[in-house]
Structures are given as structure tokens and as C-alpha cells.
Design a protein around this ligand. Structure first.
Ligand SMILES: [Zn+2]
Length: 254
């Protein structure tokens, strides 16, 4: 059975970030440092990049929220530190097309980028609350995902990508969201990204078994997605939690 390792890549850190944007109505007023995370799946001779991170500091500050981005957080440097060039990447998966997850797609010319059909459709005409996240044309911007239109490999629903690696349709945060389910020596990990932005979204609080992000398109879908996730994996890996970096890789080294 194919077994892989998953390496988190920190692409930037939102400064003074309002926690409750990720934990619906909980932690209001609490300002935290929130990382922007991409993941690299390695094993069986493959290097698969899940999301490509965010813009640089200036752009983020002007159009989104201030971030700190050291040299080693820039995508190409982060990969070089793992001994990889863009050409070593076999393919890319976009969990969704928010700016902080697909910004650097164009650093990988010619590589296939897996995205859900519903995500591409929604990105073209998002709900107004999410215009800024897609940098959508409706607000006069040029969506970063559009730089690589000729590279998308459009999938619809759950799809097996390689032995031991599956794309899993888990909508809610966006209508076409996908996670990546990965077989490892330590069990099945779901790279859940913004579907479960922080570990506490999964662990829940009070009567809430799981806690949705405040950034969602459909709460009912969020809950249906949680039920699906409960059945398919042993561990989740979130898109915006500093705790992820307590380990260099998953499963953790013994
Ligand atoms: Zn997002």
C-alpha cells in the first residue's frame, strides 16, 4: 500500500487577525497570528503540492489584511529548502480558489492543477461577501486563479488521484471545496485546509461538536461535510492553525 508524508509549508502570517473569523462567533475580539498554510505530499516518487499560498506583504496589506512573510515563506524558497524546484512538482491541488490558496499557481507552468468543477463555476460569480477572497472581477480585480486557466484539470466530486491519495469533495466554506485524503504509516490524514481552518473547529466547543468558520457559503453543507469527514479519516490538517507547525511533517517523526 502506498504511504506518504505530508509537510506543512508556512506561506505567510496574518498579523492581529480576528480569531472569530475562523471560529464562528467564538473568541470575538481576540487577535491572533494566523498562518497561511500549503502542504506538500511526498512519497512513492511523487511531490504533490496542495495549494500554492498567498501574495507578498504589500498586496496583502492593501487588499486583504497585513501579513508577515519572511524570505523562507515565499513559495519557491520554501520548496528550495525542501530540495525541490518547481519542475519537481508532479501536480498541484487547489483546495479552493481564494487568493491565499492559489496565488502562486503561475510559478508552476505546465503542471496540472486539480480543482473542482463547482469551485471554478463559483469563482466566476461568487456571493458578494466572498468577492474579496476571490479578488473577483465584480469588484474590479483580476482573480489570481485566472492566470492558469489552461492548467486546470477539472474534477467533479470524489476522485482517486494516485494510490493512497484521494480528492474529497467537502463543500461549505466554498461550494466547490475539496480536501486531500492521504494514506500514511500513521493512518489517514485529511488535508482539510479552510474546511476546518483551526483544530478547534474540529474539536468543537460547548454543545458544538464541530465549529464552523464564519467564512462559509452554506452552514448546512458545513455540517454534512463534518459528518462525511468523521467517516473517512483519522486526523485532519487545517488551513490556518499555528499548531500545525509543532511538527515538521505528518505523521510526526518518532
Ligand atoms: Zn478560504
Amino acid at each position: 500500500m502506498a504511504k506518504y508524508k505530508i509537510i506543512p509549508i508556512k506561506c505567510g502570517e496574518f498579523q492581529q487577525h480576528e480569531k472569530s473569523t475562523l471560529t464562528y462567533f467564538y473568541g470575538y475580539g481576540e487577535k491572533i497570528i494566523t498562518p497561511i498554510i500549503a502542504y506538500l505530499i511526498r512519497g512513492e516518487g511523487l511531490n504533490i503540492l496542495v495549494d500554492t499560498g498567498c501574495s507578498g506583504e504589500e498586496w496583502a496589506k492593501k487588499y486583504h489584511h497585513p501579513i508577515k512573510q519572511t524570505e523562507d515563506m515565499k513559495m519557491l524558497n520554501a520548496l528550495a529548502n525542501l530540495g525541490l524546484q518547481p519542475d519537481d512538482i508532479d501536480c498541484i491541488v487547489n483546495t479552493h480558489l481564494h487568493w491565499d490558496h492559489c496565488w502562486n499557481n503561475d510559478l508552476f507552468p505546465g503542471k496540472k492543477i486539480y480543482v473542482q468543477k463547482k469551485e471554478l463555476e463559483f469563482a466566476e460569480n461568487p456571493i458578494p461577501m466572498q468577492y474579496p477572497y476571490y479578488e473577483s472581477e465584480q469588484i474590479g480585480m483580476q482573480p489570481p486563479y485566472k492566470k492558469t486557466m489552461d492548467q486546470y484539470e477539472v474534477v467533479d466530486g470524489d476522485v482517486n488521484l494516485y494510490p493512497g491519495i484521494d480528492l474529497v469533495f467537502i463543500p461549505g466554506h466554498t461550494p466547490g471545496f475539496q480536501g486531500v485524503l492521504v494514506d500514511t504509516e500513521g493512518g489517514k490524514y485529511l488535508i482539510a485546509s479552510d474546511c476546518i481552518g483551526r483544530f478547534e473547529n474540529w474539536e468543537g466547543v460547548g454543545i458544538h461538536k464541530h465549529l464552523p468558520s464564519a467564512i462559509h457559503v452554506d452552514l448546512k453543507e458545513c455540517y454534512a461535510t463534518y459528518e462525511k469527514i468523521e467517516k473517512i479519516c483519522d486526523y485532519i490538517l487545517p488551513g490556518h492553525d499555528m499548531k500545525v507547525f509543532e511538527q515538521d511533517e505528518y505523521p510526526p517523526k518518532k
